[in-house]
Design a protein around this ligand. Structure first.
Ligand SMILES: [Zn+2]
Length: 251
């Protein structure tokens, strides 16, 4: 873990103690600087009620229903107007964290038919979970009590395809692509072990699914998130987005 990741993690831990440590000076300060003048301790202790900025209803159900509308072409585009913009200008209380790939075809707000202030989005190629994104994934559940994290892989992921091609042909590319490949390699190895005779296309898809599975396991084991999962205040779900149909299936 590098220095900045350690710093972010320490900030989150300090916030969690409720001792009034501010986020000033951290990367997270930029996200919270314009927030309503509530303390982090207050934010965590207040139960959600009808005045909450969080979309009403079970978060996972909200996403499932939103994706159904997206697939069927009956999108409602909730929370995308000026009134919502004004409502969340002073604070936020998203329903979920969606951790997914940078791919341009899977925008979470669109495929789940949500709007402003509804989702934290963390996007990294092949949703590789490392120390650099760790603090971002932890931020929502810890600072805002966000009750759901969705890790979403997707069909024909380019980053995973690059990984499988490189490792199958024993040809590592240069530049920063090799970092993505190194981060995705455990998923490739697990997929290969489970499907030793799979052809390239099947192996790529199995690696994409393994990548989600391993990331969900890593998040469940995260020391900051684990207690929340244990007391059921946080759910971590795996998902797979089909580029062909737009459908999100849940794992
Ligand atoms: Zn991708």
């Amino acid at each position: 873990m590098n220095e900045s990741a350690v710093s972010r993690r320490n900030v989150l831990r300090q916030v969690g103690t409720g001792v009034g440590v501010t986020l000033a000076g951290s990367a997270l300060a930029a996200c919270s600087a314009d927030a309503a003048p509530k303390t982090q301790a207050t934010a965590k202790s207040v139960a959600h009620d009808s005045t909450s900025l969080r979309p009403a209803g079970d978060p996972l159900t909200l996403l499932k229903e939103g994706n159904k509308r997206f697939v069927s072409g009956t999108m409602q585009h909730p929370n995308q107007d000026a009134a919502r913009m004004k409502a969340v200008a002073a604070g936020q209380d998203p329903a979920a964290v969606v951790f997914c790939c940078v791919d341009s075809r899977i925008s979470p707000v669109i495929v789940f038919d949500r709007g402003l202030g509804d989702l934290f989005e963390i996007r990294v190629a092949a949703q590789d979970y490392d120390s650099l994104v760790e603090g971002s994934v932890e931020y929502g559940p810890f600072a805002e009590n966000t009750p759901l994290i969705v890790v979403m892989g997707h069909q024909r992921c380019g980053a995973v395809t690059a990984t499988v091609n490189a490792l199958e042909n024993n040809k590592m590319p240069t530049a920063n692509i090799d970092k993505i490949i190194a981060a995705t390699k455990p998923a490739y190895e697990a997929a290969k072990a489970a499907n030793p005779k799979a052809d390239l296309t099947a192996l790529i898809d199995a690696t994409i699914r393994q990548q989600t599975k391993l990331t969900v396991a890593a998040l469940n084991a995260d020391p900051i998130l684990k207690p929340k999962v244990a007391n059921k205040s946080l759910t971590i779900a795996g998902a797979y987005f089909s580029l062909d149909t737009g459908k999100v299936s849940w794992t």
